[in-house]
Design a protein around this ligand. Structure first.
Ligand SMILES: C[S@@+](CC[C@H](N)C(=O)[O-])C[C@H]1O[C@@H](n2cnc3c(N)ncnc32)[C@H](O)[C@@H]1O
Length: 441
């Protein structure tokens, strides 16, 4: 496909995403099925045009003079080419030449908007490219810096890997991946970072022998840090209560050197499904997966025997995912206040559930990939009020699990007495909130 045909296709896909409120990934998949002639380069270029537009949706619409909520997919895409990709007006006009597969030529009005491309009078949520209804909540956390935080959340995310020390050390993995030019992690001693290609495509990691053999796993550096700061004791008893596909489970197993017992549970059997194969590939022999049995009042308590026995319970809670907007840019526009209220309620229930497994002297790690106080510090405050036996461990103490790098991490993060908040702008990771609590009695 010629570049202008890709622009036309991106406008079409965006139109469906916006009109039908469907996830961009699904619409892109449908488009691929209906256009089998398109090669992998075309598909990659198309999806990065669509995702980049969603990343910059508010600012792209604003510079094109569109009314919020009523922007045409064409206006958004043109605005993104100017603001997100920094193309000059003539370069955009050359892509829109009205040729056979190209978009219509630019109107005088479009040209004028693209020349001015001004965000000077734009409100914070437009400059920061996030939904207006979240402005007050983000202001409560970041104040004036919410615009810069939003801008960083509108960037593309790199592909982070974690070296699985059950299979080998960093110096074994590095030479095996040298053709992908990885850089070593800024904070996690286990992290390798691969930058995306110019078209936004990630390197095809899953065909690499190092990946196939389990020497490296795909895991954002922030997620790795959450597991490291949770500090699972080698030889201890650990429960990963919201294990999902096992991202944190595998990191915990490696940090325990495969010694002790790690139980992985999730109340959604489908989400838990990939964990079995991943545990095998990683060689994580101390993981015992506990699958949910039954539904509703008939549900069997498959964790009953773990009550008051755990040295560490990890709660990687279901959340709004506001910290992962770099990777899921369409999710930020689909999110609704009702969903936030629902997640908050689930988090309360899961934290209360988690408490029963922690032994006296044991710890509870609460993690979200959200930036919002309602899901983070407010949850910890409310939990310690409901459960006076638990006390929040000060972040200054928690970061010691990372050695010297912990001091720098603490300075870079947003520190609250209840926990640390990592953000793309501050730590160049996904957004993560990490809180540790100890059960004193
Ligand atoms: C953030 S995801 C977990 C991601 C996973 N830990 C990882 O690192 O790949 C949150 C998980 O919590 C699970 N969940 C939601 N409610 C739960 C509950 N009451 N008990 C256990 N798991 C629950 C969801 O099914 C979801 O898989």
């Amino acid at each position: 496909m010629i570049p202008s045909a890709r622009i036309s296709a991106a406008i079409e896909v965006l139109g469906t995403v916006l009109a039908e409120r469907r996830p961009a990934a699904d619409v892109l998949k449908d488009w691929g099925r209906a256009h089998r002639f398109a090669g992998s380069g075309d598909r990659a270029a198309l999806s990065s045009l669509v995702y980049d537009t969603l990343r910059h949706r508010a600012s792209a619409g604003w510079i094109m003079g569109a009314t919020e909520g009523e922007e045409s997919p064409r206006a958004l895409l043109l605005g993104m080419l100017r603001r997100g990709r920094g193309l000059e007006v003539d370069a955009i006009a050359a892509l829109c030449d009205g040729g056979r597969f190209a978009p219509e030529p630019l109107s005088e009005e479009e040209r004028a908007h693209l020349v001015a491309a001004s965000l000077d009078d734009a409100p914070a949520h437009v400059r920061g490219d996030y939904p207006q209804w979240l402005d007050a909540a983000l202001a409560a956390v970041f104040g004036e810096a919410r615009v810069a935080e939003g801008e960083a959340l509108a960037e593309r995310a790199p592909l982070d890997l974690r070296v699985n020390t059950l299979k080998g050390a960093l110096d074994k993995a590095l030479p095996q991946l040298s053709h992908l030019s990885p850089s070593v992690g800024e904070w996690s001693p286990l992290a390798l970072r691969l930058e995306l290609e110019a078209d936004g495509k990630a390197p095809p990691l899953t065909v690499e022998p190092a990946y196939i053999k389990g020497l490296v796993e795909i895991q954002d550096e922030g997620s790795q840090l959450a597991a490291i700061l949770a500090a699972p004791p080698r030889g201890g008893q650990v429960l990963d209560l919201c294990a999902g596909g096992g991202g944190k489970t595998l990191a915990l197993a490696a940090l325990m050197d495969g010694v002790g017992q790690l139980y992985a549970y999730d109340d959604d059997l489908r989400r838990l499904a990939p964990i079995h194969e991943r545990v095998q590939r990683a060689g994580a022999h101390n993981v015992q997966v506990r699958s949910p049995k039954g539904r509703g009042p008939g549900r069997v308590d498959v964790l009953k025997d773990l009550e008051s026995r755990m040295d560490l319970v990890l709660v990687d809670a279901p959340c709004t995912g506001t910290g992962t907007w770099r990777r899921n840019p369409d999710a930020k526009w689909r999110m609704r206040p009702g969903a936030l209220a629902e997640r908050v309620k689930e988090q309360v229930e899961i934290l209360d559930e988690a408490a029963r497994f922690v032994k006296p002297g044991g710890r509870l790690a609460y993690i979200t990939c959200s930036l919002l106080d309602a899901e983070n510090v407010d949850q910890i405050r409310a939990f310690t009020a409901r459960h006076p036996a638990f006390r929040a461990i000060p972040p200054a103490e928690a970061v010691l699990a990372l050695g010297e790098r912990g001091i720098a991490l603490r300075e870079a993060s947003l520190e609250r007495p209840e926990g640390l908040l990592l953000t793309p702008r501050r730590t160049r990771t996904d957004g993560f909130f990490i809180a540790l609590l100890v059960r004193e009695a």
